[in-house]
Design a binder for this molecule. Structure first.
Ligand code: ADP
Ligand code: MG
Length: 684
């Protein structure tokens, strides 16, 4: 069965319609069959006239019991009649449809569907649809598909065309999953599923069909992703990188031992740098798990092999912080590390460009400034990006374009559930630092309501009197810019009034100029500010080990991901740290979230809860990770199907690495058709 024929082979689809369908991504019969309904509508049951509900749409079945009149009102005709069933009577009116008078003769019986309103001093049904009784009762249990439409493509046209496409294929669509697989995963047959998704017999059949098609989507997706990964694995490492004596010296110079997890991840990176495979790796490690030293080791390794390396951070504050800590680590090794950020003068920048090009600089750390056109490396072999989800796909690509297939290392502190890692990180290898350095104290976390505010103020004063510092994350209302500003400002005014006036309070918000923000962060960093009132701009990577108290107002506004990230700003030094979540919300989900935050500190554990607690939504910042949209599957609702499909994809590929065998030929073909459409969305 060739389902790859263009849609014009169907009746009623000519040039004009096929152009419109093209806009909807529908070119072939197969595309039409895979254009699934967005929802289903069921005919409403019939209501007795004595039981109709005001101001709602009702369906009644009755007889015209009153001579239908056309009444002229200003320049419009109003058609009025009365309908009766064995429980009562009701008026019905239509506007500008005078021809209805002939249809609605006394004794005529129809189903009427419309809104009941009190208007012109009477209760009436306004402009009801008039439906033949047989037709209505026949379809009362029928689930009518609702398709997403565009202008000039009507629901009837869509339903009709898809019906034709199904008839055209006459149950001859190729089943691409073997019987054993369908049995194992309890999946319906393909033809059946396609028919049922467009024209379900009932809810149960619809669910059965959906499960099969969701499974298909996840399977094709997982196959595609794994194949891309297989192919990127084939990119050859052109650099000649070998062991260096300084590696051991650096590790031994540290005031601590690397954790087992750090050693494991570092080995994975090192082995890859030395191998003949180009690196494309993500390092995931919770805040404070010690990713910086891993980055420093990789940078040193490459620099000592006489190549250049760079590291890009999303903000100037972070870039400078990395610059400072990495210089401290690598200076003693005689490595030349430089910083490049937007706020530097042209002269300073030009100097960097020059030294970079002629190879005097070994390691460059900076912000987006690194991907400006003028930046030219001599022999870039490693590009690291920190907090990668803050960068767009394009920016990451630009960075890697600065060299000839440099090794790519991406660091992220956003833990995501393992089951989703495959999808979110698509074609990258993933290393996980799943262990915290020893001796970290658990951040004591409390969830309280606003009646505790006085006690919290005393707590704040206590910490500050001990020499510590405090973050307060304060309400940001909706995403209105002015309100955000106002709430931070007025909140800090309020707290200044209330609190000992020796205590220095500052605020920071997203709408401030970068320089202002940097300034304030630097002063906070130098302990010149005691309390920093902030929106969530401080969320990313900043490190102020002297800050020990994090207060989050209106904690219900945040998901677990956000709360976890914010809490990670404290507990970064040797002092006992605390987090207070303030909320008056009685919502059960909010309560559960607060509970989880009080009990758990491991980001991966929290992310798994997040997945369970939420329906579809931005779980742990997944949107920022470039999560692909699925057509019918929903990774949150259908997580179990996703796991199964992933498992099967792995199994298939373990026997047939490139999906090239004869038996998988059609599956490969299906995958490619599905995948070419989505590939832009997922490729890094
Ligand atoms: P992140 O993973 O959030 O980037 P950092 O690299 O900033 O974490 O590390 C957080 C802190 O932990 C730093 O002060 C760092 O010196 C320290 N650290 C890193 N690794 C270890 C270790 N193995 N033992 C003790 N402290 C460590
Ligand atoms: Mg970090």
């Amino acid at each position: 069965m060739n389902t790859n024929l263009p849609v014009v082979v169907l009746k009623g689809i000519g040039d004009k319609k096929s152009k419109l369908l093209d806009k909807m991504g529908i070119r072939t019969i197969e595309n039409l069959l895979n254009y699934y309904p967005r929802d289903y509508e069921r005919n409403m049951p019939i209501t007795k006239i004595s039981e109709i509900k005001m101001d709602e749409i009702n369906v009644i079945e009755g007889t015209i019991c009153f001579p239908t009149q056309n009444i002229r009102k200003r320049n419009m005709v109003l058609t009025k009649t009365k309908i009766r069933d064995n429980t009562g009577e009701i008026f019905a009116i239509w506007f500008s449809q005078p021809y209805l008078k002939n249809k609605l003769k006394i004794g005529a019986k129809y189903v009427f569907k419309g809104k009941i309103q009190y208007k012109y001093n009477i209760v009436q049904m306004s402009s009801p649809q008039i439906i033949e009784i047989n037709k209505y009762s026949e379809s009362i249990n029928h689930l009518k598909p609702i398709y997403p439409l565009i202008k000039d493509i009507s629901m009837n046209f869509m339903t009709g065309s898809i019906k034709q496409a199904i008839e055209y294929t006459r149950n001859q669509l190729k089943e691409f999953l073997p019987n054993e697989v369908r049995e194992k995963y309890n999946l319906a047959e393909y033809n059946y599923s396609i028919r049922q998704i467009h024209d379900p017999d009932d809810y149960e059949s619809l669910e059965t069909a959906k499960k099969r098609l969701i499974f298909d989507e996840f399977l094709l997706f997982a196959l595609g992703i794994n194949l891309i990964k297989e192919h990127t694995n084939d990119v050859i490492n052109e650099f000649n990188i070998n062991d260096i004596p300084n590696e051991k010296i650096l590790i031994e110079s540290l005031p601590y031992d690397l954790t087992g997890a750090q050693q494991k991840v570092w080995k994975e990176i090192k082995d890859e740098l030395k191998s003949n495979k180009a690196m494309n790796r993500l390092v995931q490690g919770d805040v404070g798990s010690g990713k910086t030293i891993i980055a420093a080791l990789a940078l040193l390794y490459v620099a000592d092999n006489n190549y250049q390396a760079c590291m890009m951070a999303p903000t100037e504050v972070l870039a400078k912080q990395h610059y400072n800590s990495i210089t401290k680590l690598l200076d003693p090794m005689g490595v030349n590390v430089e910083l490049l950020v937007g706020s530097m003068t042209k002269k300073q920048k030009d100097e960097i460009y020059k030294k970079l090009k002629n190879g005097e600089i070994s390691i460059l750390i900076g912000t987006h400034a690194l991907i400006q056109e003028k930046v030219e490396f001599n022999n870039l072999a490693l590009a690291i990006t920190d907090e990668q989800h803050r960068f767009g796909v394009k920016q990451r690509e630009n960075l890697s374009d600065k060299g000839k297939y440099p090794h790519i290392l991406v660091m992220s502190a956003t833990p995501i559930p393992r089951t989703l890692a495959l999808i979110v990180y698509s074609d990258m290898d993933v290393s996980i630092i799943d262990e915290m350095p020893p001796g970290r104290q658990k951040i004591e976390t409390y969830a309280v309501n606003t009646s505790y505010r006085e006690r919290i103020y005393s707590f704040i004063e206590g910490e500050i009197n001990n020499g510590r510092q405090v973050y307060i994350i304060c309400p940001m209302v909706e995403d209105s810019e002015t309100l955000e500003l106002e709430s931070v400002v007025s909140y800090s005014d309020k707290i200044k009034e209330r609190i000992d006036n020796k205590i220095k309070v500052e605020y920071i918000h997203g709408k401030m100029k970068a320089k202002e923000k940097n300034d304030i962060m630097e002063r906070f960093s130098n302990n010149e500010i005691d309390i920093l009132v902030s929106t969530t701009v401080i969320e990313v990577g900043v490190n102020v080990p002297n800050a020990t108290l994090m207060i989050i107002e209106n904690a219900e506004r945040f998901g677990l991901a956000g709360l976890h990230q914010l809490r990670g700003r404290v507990g970064r030094g040797k002092y006992k740290s605390y987090c207070v979540l303030i909320t008056d919300s009685k919502n059960t989900i909010t309560k559960k979230r607060m509970d989880i935050m009080c009990k758990h500190t491991d980001g991966f554990v929290i992310s798994e809860y997040d997945l369970k607690l939420r329906g579809p939504g931005d779980v742990f910042g997944l949107k920022q990770h470039g999560l692909p949209e699925f057509i019918i599957g929903d990774i949150f609702r259908d997580i179990d199907i996703l796991k199964e499909a992933n498992g099967l994809a792995k199994e298939i590929l373990s026997n047939d690495k490139y999906l090239e065998s004869e038996e998988n030929k059609y599956l490969n073909h299906k995958m490619k058709r599905y995948f070419t459409k989505r590939i832009e969305q997922i490729s890094l």
